[in-house]
Design a protein around this ligand. Structure first.
Ligand SMILES: [Mg+2]
Ligand SMILES: [Zn+2]
Length: 161
């Protein structure tokens, strides 16, 4: 079985700007991400993004723009010697339609767990909102709450011990 490290996106992997990240120029990767995720990758973790992107349902930005951001994130990480196994996003928003995938729902994490044969006891998720922790716990993995844009190296080290 595999170990999984799951990350919320905005405020955890890239700067939270207090609004949807609507344009590529506003997608800025947090500098500590490379070191932290590389450490997990080198220790055998599969790494995932789990993100709500309700701005797509609200037509604030397109899936194409989102894909540009995610392609960029993946390419930058590959330059640093690691990669994401998969990036899951929920494009829905309750203002336009309900869905099962939006966090705090745990389906995005559960999908990854099933698809990649993840050992829940060895897996965790980091997020900057309470709904991230709820999502993690409902999927059966540990959830850690950080401040937006905060370095989470302590969590990484704790999980590696
Ligand atoms: Mg966030
Ligand atoms: Zn959804």
């Amino acid at each position: 079985m595999n170990k999984g490290a799951f990350f919320d996106r905005d405020g955890v992997l890239n700067y939270e700007i207090g609004d949807y990240i609507k344009q590529f120029q506003d997608f800025k990767i947090l500098p500590h991400v490379y070191n932290n995720l590389k450490k997990l990758y080198d220790n055998g973790y599969l790494i995932f993004v789990i993100t709500n992107q309700g701005g797509i349902a609200k037509k604030q930005y397109s899936k194409k723009t989102l894909n540009e951001m995610h392609d960029f994130l993946q390419q930058e990480c590959i330059k640093h010697g690691f990669e994401f196994t998969e990036m899951y996003f929920c494009p829905h928003h309750p203002e336009t339609s309900n869905c099962l995938c939006r966090k705090p729902g745990s389906i995005m994490v559960e999908k990854a767990i099933a698809k990649y044969n993840i050992n829940k006891e060895k897996s965790f998720m980091v997020g900057d909102k309470e709904r991230d922790v709820t999502c993690a716990n409902d999927a059966g993995i540990r959830g850690y709450l950080i401040e937006a844009n905060e370095d989470f190296i302590d969590i990484v080290n704790k999980e590696l011990n």
